[in-house]
Unconditional design. Structure first.
Lengths: 80, 233
């Protein structure tokens, strides 16, 4: 089983890195982009366990380490 | 003052900190490895120094904050004993949940390495009793992620409870955004926890303690701690 945890900055949190990327995209002449927010993706291989158990474990992983919930949101997906 | 300096892989200011502690307290601090699970007996002050623990992987301080020694640091803090985190140490204390908020990338995206001026907001804390309230001290900073951020409610609580001990200021002590180089909320350079026994700060007081360093403005912090502990004893 594979899973993916996506961590994104909460809205309202300033993202200077996203802003820098936004500026670079503009310099490259890529048009139509209003704004960029940078986040993180964790691709995780699951050793064993059922779907519900894996989801619970990954939520715990996200809460305890992968995301800083002061500034970040996370999403857990168990992939087929 | 019996102090312990916690060392994580990637930390690089632990020797500066140990030197300052020895110089001012007269006692060699213990160096405690991150994989240890206990602090030396009768430790008065735990210091988490600056550097780049775990290469700043994931988030600054995130991995160090979950190291085995941190349970002992948490217990030490919970008992009301003193904890000081400088630079990466401040980031680690925030990630460990011992202090609120988080240190984000500097607003201008640049690593800042220079002397800055701090206004001491109050002198009735064990960390600042060596200074006068309103005094301006010159202390070096060296960080890429020192932009203190917390939600409005947390900031209001920090301000209402007088938990901001140091703010970035102009040399005359006035608050000027031009001197708040990393863009920190409310120009916050250092805060304490609700109990007032855990301080996190981005600037490096340990690097301004000897005349050879060009400035001794950082001494007051350590001298104040020694005095606070002597009085308590």
């Amino acid at each position: 089983m594979k899973a993916r945890v996506t961590v994104t900055l909460k809205s309202g949190i300033l993202d200077p890195q996203g802003k820098a990327i936004e500026g670079a995209l503009r310099l490259l002449g890529i048009e139509g982009i209003a704004s960029v927010r940078q986040g993180k993706v964790f691709d995780i291989e699951i050793a064993d366990g059922d779907r519900a158990g894996v989801e619970t474990a990954l939520k715990k992983a996200a809460e305890k380490l992968l995301a800083n919930t002061v500034i970040e949101n996370y999403r857990v997906e168990v992939l087929p | 003052m019996k102090s312990a300096v916690v060392v994580f892989p990637g930390i690089n200011r632990e020797r500066d900190m140990a030197r300052a502690l020895k110089l001012i307290s007269g006692r060699e601090p213990s160096m405690v490895w991150h994989a240890d699970t206990a602090l030396p007996p009768a430790t008065d002050l735990v210091v988490i120094p600056g550097g780049f623990s775990y290469g700043d992987y994931l988030r600054c301080g995130a991995i160090a904050a979950r190291a085995p020694i941190m349970d002992a640091v948490r217990a030490h803090a919970a008992g009301g004993a003193l904890v000081l985190g400088v630079c990466n140490g401040f980031q680690i204390l925030c990630e460990a949940g011992l202090l609120p908020g988080v240190l984000m990338r500097n607003q201008a995206l640049k690593f800042i390495s220079r002397d800055l001026f701090l206004r001491v907001e109050r002198s009735d804390s064990p960390f600042t009793r060596g200074y006068n309230a309103g005094q301006v001290i010159r202390v070096p900073v060296a960080h890429g992620e020192g932009n203190y951020v917390a939600d409005a409610e947390t900031l209001a609580r920090l301000e209402d409870d007088g938990r901001v001990l140091f703010r970035y200021a102009a040399p005359d002590g006035s608050l000027d955004p031009a001197w708040n180089l990393n863009g920190a909320s409310n120009a916050i350079a250092g805060i304490v926890n609700a109990g007032g026994n855990v301080l996190g700060m981005m600037p490096h007081p340990e690097n301004h303690v000897e005349p050879e360093m060009g400035c001794t403005d950082g001494r007051g912090l350590f001298a104040g701690l020694v005095e606070a502990l002597d009085r308590a004893a």
